[in-house]
Design a protein around this ligand. Structure first.
Ligand code: PMP
Length: 431
């Protein structure tokens, strides 16, 4: 596979874009270095790079592209939005309509606000929780990533862990002290933390189904216990559903699991590929936010018609029958094929999958928390990643990320992917 143009563009990028990339996860630091592939076009389940190579894509832009690239319905909505002007700075009917769609799908969003990214959404839920409770601290779970605002860059999985910075420099000690980190799926650790710091804990922040040290589901009853422990301490519960909302069903992980948080942060899928975030929750809590209350949040780009119309179009596609059945079906085929092939060639793997999202860990230990995920082999993942890329399969360049299927993938694409993996497993070498 020729990658001359990507190599050239990467060199040029380094002269002007810090580190050559606009988000650290896109560098190949987590897979031992190398040149990131510069993609030129995406359509459906496929990418074409600057050298003309074709790939089956499982990155899905780290999650948002659940309908496949350039889905015609979403593309039409974006085109129409461009024709009508992309930014007004006034309210629009589209925002009302989209907010209604979201609340219908996720009823705990009694009131909500649109912002521009998952980072902003989570950051603001924390501010609102502090305003409402008059408390300072939050509890988060080790390895969960909640964007790059100061408070949550402590024990952050995903990109920060991949690049070796789970605790970011530049976050002051005072801020880091406001964050308590406990292991996911460990109710006792949460209880102890709440007993110790309880009267100053504003919120427990959690990805209800983890997507940032791979796909990790909560143990039976874990989220119910989180709610119970938090609420008996007058602490709020915030779900970061930036990855999970509309990922596993038309609605949130909270619908799927039958538990309700006080506040929810959304992003990724709800923008249909354009920049977006949203946060919301119980009316009485949300009324803390300006102009009704004293907690400030604003945005020049917030609720812009282009993102909103793309988001509406994306949900319209996801509301069609059998979308999630299809994702589950493809996911099962992929999981079964990868597992069978790894077993055939004695490659130690564990696959965590829920519907159309899965993570392949190079380890046979069951992965239910960050420590397990961290202990899976980075070296084996790096080798596998690069060999798959050479065979035209585009994965996220990190052992902590998920593979995302889209509704554009076919059984044939998955079969080709399994074949590529078998080929890698059968020629395995750690050199
Ligand atoms: N929360 C979660 C669970 C995420 O996975 C991410 C992004 N990977 C974020 C928040 C931050 O979202 P954004 O990158 O849009 O700021």
């Amino acid at each position: 596979m020729k990658l001359d143009r990507s190599e050239q563009l990467n060199k040029e990028a380094h002269n002007v874009i810090l580190g050559g990339v606009n988000s650290p996860s896109r560098s190949f630091k987590g897979v031992g270095g190398g040149t990131p592939v510069f993609m030129k076009k995406g359509k459906g389940a496929y990418f074409w790079d600057e050298d003309g190579n074709q790939y089956i894509d499982y990155l899905a832009a780290y999650g948002p592209i659940i309908t496949g690239h350039a889905h015609p319905h979403i593309t039409a909505a974006i085109k129409a939005a461009a024709e009508d002007g992309v930014l007004y700075g006034t309210p629009t009917a589209y925002e009302n309509h989209f907010a209604d769609m979201l609340r219908e799908a996720i009823p705990s969003l009694e009131r909500l606000r649109f912002v521009n990214s998952g980072t902003e959404a989570v950051m603001t839920t924390i501010r609102v929780a502090r305003a409402y409770t008059g408390r300072n601290k939050i509890i988060k779970f080790a390895g969960c990533y909640h964007g790059h605002s100061d408070l949550v860059l402590v024990a952050a999985g995903s990109g920060p862990s991949t690049t070796g910075n789970p605790d970011s420099a530049g976050v002051t000690k005072n801020i880091a002290e406001e964050v308590i980190t406990v292991p996911f799926n460990d109710p006792q650790a949460l209880e102890e933390a709440l007993n110790y710091w309880g009267d100053d804990v504003a919120a427990v922040l959690v990805e209800p189904i983890v997507g940032n040290f791979g796909i990790v589901e909560p143990a039976e009853g874990f989220l119910q216990t989180v709610n119970h422990l938090a609420h008996s301490n007058e602490t709020l519960v915030i779900y970061d559903e930036v990855i999970t909302a509309f990922r596993f069903m038309y609605g949130g992980a909270q619908n799927l699991l039958g538990v309700e948080p006080d506040l929810t942060a959304l992003g990724k899928i709800i923008g249909g590929g354009l920049p977006i975030g949203a946060y919301g929750g119980k009316k009485a809590i949300m009324e803390q936010v300006s102009p009704l209350g004293p907690a400030y949040q604003a945005g020049t780009m917030a609720g812009n018609p282009a993102s909103i119309r793309a988001g509406i179009a994306c949900l319209e596609v996801l509301r069609e029958p059998n979308v999630y059945e299809k994702l589950d079906d493809l996911g099962k085929q992929l999981e079964d094929g990868l597992q069978k092939s790894a077993d055939t060639y004695d490659i130690p793997v564990t696959i965590n999958r829920l519907k159309g999202a899965l993570t392949l860990y190079f380890d046979t230990t069951h992965v239910s928390n960050y420590e397990h995920a961290e202990n899976s082999s980075s070296q084996m993942f790096a080798y596998f990643f690069k060999q798959m890329l050479k065979r035209g399969i585009n994965l996220a360049p990190s052992k902590f990320e998920a593979w995302f299927l889209t509704i554009a993938h076919t059984h044939e694409d998955v079969e080709k992917t399994i074949k590529a993996a078998s080929d890698v497993f059968s020629n395995w070498s750690n050199e």
